[in-house]
Design a protein around this ligand. Sequence first.
Ligand code: PLP
Length: 406
Amino acid sequence: MVKVNENFLKLPGSYLFSEVARRIGAYTAAHPEADIIKLSIGDVTLPLVPAVIQAMHAAVDEMGTAGGFHGYGPEQGYEFLREAIAQGDYAARGVDIRPGEIFVSDGAKSDCGNIGDIFGVNNVVAVCDPVYPVYVDTNAMAGRAGEYQEELGRWNRLVYMPCVEKNGFSPEPPEETPDIIYLCSPNNPTGAVLTKDQLKVWVDYANASGAVILYDSAYEAFITSEDVPHTIFEIEGARTCAIEFRSFSKTAGFTGNRCAYTVVPMELERGGVKLNSLWNRRQCTKFNGVPYVVQRGAAAVYTPEGRAQIMENIDYYRRNAQVIREGLAAAGLTCFGGVDAPYIWLRTPDGVGSWDFFDQVLDRANVATTPGAGFGPSGEGYVRLTAFGEAEATRTAVERVAGMFR
Ligand code: PLP
């Protein structure tokens, strides 16, 4: 009889978002008049910008002609998009990334999960705590996480790097040297960022030990601070130790369109093998490319009009983040993040547990949050708020929550 991958059986239920939805549903059923505002959504809400729409319309029309029809495209992405990315996201910042180092995909989530295919099962993996759950669960599925310890909320073979107030939510190199290190900046869920100096420490550490950094920069577009790098390849030495994940999801509202990319530099080798060749082999075998129409839409983000339009949307979310941060701080609450990221990490007052605070805010302010404990043990005592909502609703939600504490 067939044997299933037993690693899947070790996974705890994906508790966080389903439990949030369950509690909101139960509350709404009991209080049908309640006007719940969700500061918990991790999805964008503004529509696609005109430059993207025009490019996609034109591409659809092209696909309807004999001369402009596109079937299977290159697995790595069309040259026009890889070139636009190399110019727009890297050369424009003085960083040399060549189109051959860029792999266009259907999402940073897929790439962060699939990248494990090119690494052996015996590697030691380090993740932040709290963390975007995809890094943890995909390693668990591959058998790299060991056993799940229910009472600790941790996997026994993963190395956890606590990101807490004491270290400014910035991970520190662990005692046990890992082989694979996931870093996420701007961070989901804490909204913290790594500065150039902090990232340099990691790059030097990885180069010295032979580890590989998997750098998730899905929220890069939200960076405003001068000392925060937009790409790990701004850091000297990163080309020999890092893989970078980027996405059009939060940058250009592509969560429903699906387009992202991964950068694997040619110099990145381990055991005499180029990781770029392995990733290329993996993608060519298991992936058949992003739709032509979507890639044309993504390329439009790099035109002057496209750029200006997406930055207007990012500014809209940034203003929401500011409203949340300042409104809650004025009510005496302590918030982190929200400056270079769309996420605000709110410390619950008086040491209230994440889920208790979630319930209190839902009940008294009719505002939904995301309990920090759901992202890992070090998230206990915090909730995550997001800036992706509608501006007026965000303002109202903040007033209601602030009103609980004035
Ligand atoms: N990486 C992080 C840190 C995220 O928070 C998300 C989405 O929430 C993703 C990646 C997924 O991006 P994509 O929509 O490109 O799959």
